[in-house]
Design a protein. Structure first.
Length: 274
């Protein structure tokens, strides 16, 4: 009788634990908004789950916020695009290793009538003209990777935007979609990552004004949050995600993702200098 009771109890406990174990096979990835808004994750994550059974929960934020989320231990992996911030995150002990994943580029978008006269110019000339003409410019102002890149470009143009900005320079503290919507509504200029621009539906009178400048290069990296900082980090599951997305299957999936025939991201995990 005691033996039967013990067996029944063991089976009950095993069945009760099974759903918990299944539910636990998931990770949180704090990621830049462009990977989510462009539809990339919606396209490739089902492939990863089919292969591994791991469910990936995306927290889409600007790069600065995503790194802060990881610093608090509220994510297992970060997937962002601001190399200097990523390297500091690792050097400060919050991340294990920075891995290059893919790249695309930034573009300056503006009204088709181009009142600042920047179409076809290099990015430095374009920003100088925007400032000189006091043409309305939308800045995300949210410490994202795109915002970080924008500030760096103003600096390259020899413009101290903190001192030179006026009513023409509008910081909104929001994501790329909101910045593009505001630019569209008011015929303003804005810096956008190309992937979000391609997937953006409300283009209205906006068009790409500046592209192709090497200073507009946009590299993405993926980092496992350091489990020595936060014991709750799912090290093995997070590393499986990193290994997949930087491996042959993940890289092929990234390269295959297109909207209207246009490739949004270009895999380059093999480029260790990226």
């Amino acid at each position: 009788m005691n033996r039967r009771y013990l067996i029944a109890t063991a089976l009950t406990l095993a069945l009760a634990a099974a759903p918990t174990l299944a539910e636990d096979k998931s990770i949180v990835v704090a990621s830049t908004t462009s990977t989510q808004d462009s539809g990339l994750f919606g396209d490739i994550l089902p492939l990863f789950k089919h292969k591994t059974g791991i469910d990936v929960k995306i927290v889409a934020q600007g790069t600065g916020q995503a790194l802060d989320t990881a610093r608090r231990g509220d994510a297992d992996v970060v997937f962002v695009h601001a190399r200097s911030l990523e390297e500091k995150f690792v050097s400060d002990g919050y991340g294990v290793k920075r891995n290059p994943v893919m790249y695309n580029d930034f573009v300056i978008v503006g009204p088709k009538h181009d009142h600042a006269g920047i179409k076809g110019q290099d990015v430095v000339t374009a920003l100088k003209r925007i400032r000189d003409k006091q043409a309305n410019f939308i800045s995300r102002g949210d410490k994202s990777g795109t915002h970080n890149a924008e500030l760096g470009l103003w600096k390259e143009a020899g413009i101290d935007i903190a001192k030179d900005k006026g009513p023409w320079y509008k910081e909104i503290g929001q994501g790329m979609g909101a910045a593009l919507n505001m630019a569209s509504a008011g015929n303003n200029y804005v810096l956008s990552d190309r992937a979000t621009w391609i997937s953006f539906k409300n283009k209205a009178d906006l068009a790409i004004m500046v592209e192709g400048d090497k200073r507009l290069f946009n590299q993405y990296g993926v980092i496992l949050v350091n489990p020595q900082k936060h014991s709750n980090v799912k090290k093995d599951l997070g590393q499986q995600f990193i290994d997949w997305i930087t491996g042959p299957e993940g890289q092929q999936a990234i390269g295959a993702y297109k909207i209207e025939g246009q490739q949004l991201f270009f895999p380059n995990a093999s480029d260790k200098g990226a």
